[in-house]
Design a protein around this ligand. Structure first.
Ligand code: FA5
Length: 358
């Protein structure tokens, strides 16, 4: 049995070294670990082994099985990485001989509204940061005062990867890294002022105002003596600049473990004027920009002393803002790749001239 097990291990080692793609590896997994695979077949031979040798033989087979499982896991991570690189390189190849047509593309409405907001916040001294879409549990939840098994996790179910990572459910997932990165600003007596837009993912029931893939824009400001008045000032300025017209908003208490106190900032639905329609789930209001004062535990996790510093954070629903800004009735338009709908924005302009869309 020992000899057979060693042979099987050698056979596997030879084959695993020739696997080039995750698909090759899956084939190999079935061949060795499947119900009718090589390991199972060796296991079935145990019945012919004398009783006093069965235990040892069983252990030997289990060791080989463990070896095969671990090697496949490690190799899979390696091959997934290579596959990702291959896809990225392939995407960068383009055909320079492709005929030019008269039809011009246009910016996506979310890009338009994102850039407009970036201009508004940049003018108020905010830096703009980009952050990963794949994050770990710590950054998405724990660093935000949401420990494992906290009921608040139920509000943001998402897609988990085999690497123990997940697709970020909110842009708040970057807060911890941003606070750490910008600590030198505070040390130089300058406030931390950063916005970080990004794509978010949730396992969500889709309707006219909920998508499973949508955009948010997070903002944080930290300094000595930052208060709710500062938060309200920035929210008001942002909304009046974006809409350039009177819009009705309401501020009400909201619970998020990473802020205290927390607020929900809702906008009166611009599609129905507050009467109620499918875009606002018949309520007349749309949750747009939850916000609040950063919880001391979040500041501490970001390496800051909450006795010395305070700050606010907001998580603006960028996709919903684009709906309200452009009168788009159904959120599903954004991810539809429907060129007819999206081409309506080809004449839209940004506020800053260098980014004007032609
Ligand atoms: C959050 O995601 C918090 N991280 C926001 C926050 C940041 C609060 C900082 C306090 C301080 P919420 O789950 O409510 O909260 O989402 C924020 C906004 O994103 C919502 O108001 C909404 O405009 C938008 N949003 C949330 N889920 C969806 C969805 N499925 N489809 C489209 N937009 C969504």
């Amino acid at each position: 049995m020992l000899e057979k097990a060693q042979q099987l291990k050698l056979q596997f080692e030879e084959k695993v070294n020739t696997a080039k793609t995750p698909a090759d590896l899956e084939q190999l997994r079935i061949e060795f670990l499947g119900k009718k695979g090589a390991v199972a077949s060796l296991m079935s031979e145990l019945r012919n082994v004398p009783n006093d040798q069965k235990k040892e033989a069983g252990q030997i087979i289990n060791e080989v099985k463990q070896f095969v499982e671990n090697t496949i896991k490690e190799k899979n991570i390696e091959l997934q990485k290579l596959e990702e690189e291959r896809l990225i390189n392939a995407a960068e190849d383009y055909d320079v001989t492709f005929p030019i047509t008269e039809e011009k593309g246009s910016y996506h409405p979310i890009t338009l509204v994102q850039r407009e907001l970036e201009d508004i916040f940049a003018a108020m001294g905010f830096s703009i940061e980009d952050y990963d879409e794949i994050v770990d549990d710590y950054h998405c939840f724990e660093a935000l005062n949401i420990p494992k098994h906290h009921p608040a996790r139920d509000m943001q179910d998402t897609y988990y990867l085999s690497t123990n990572q997940l697709l970020k459910t909110h842009t708040s997932a970057a807060q911890n890294a941003i606070l750490k990165k910008y600590t030198p600003e505070l040390e130089a007596d300058r406030p931390i002022r950063v916005i970080f837009p990004g794509r978010c993912f949730r396992n969500e029931k889709i309707d006219a105002c909920h998508e499973n893939t949508f955009f948010q824009m997070e903002g944080v400001m930290v300094d000595k003596d930052i208060s709710i008045s500062n938060l309200i000032y920035f929210m008001k300025t942002m909304l009046s600049e974006v809409f350039q017209q009177d819009i009705t908003v309401r501020l009400r208490p909201g619970f998020f473990p990473f802020v205290e106190p927390g607020f929900e900032l809702d906008i009166q639905c611009t599609i129905c004027g507050g009467k109620g329609c499918p875009s606002c789930k018949d309520s007349g209001w749309l949750e747009l920009c939850p916000c609040g004062m950063i919880h001391p535990n979040v500041l501490t996790a970001g390496g800051l002393d909450p006795e010395k510093y305070t700050g606010f954070a907001f998580g603006l629903g960028l996709t919903r803002l684009a709906m309200m800004r452009y009168g788009i009735k159904d959120i599903r338009v954004f991810n539809s790749c429907n060129l007819k709908s999206l081409s309506q924005f080809e004449n839209a302009t940004f506020t800053s001239p260098d980014k004007e869309v032609k």
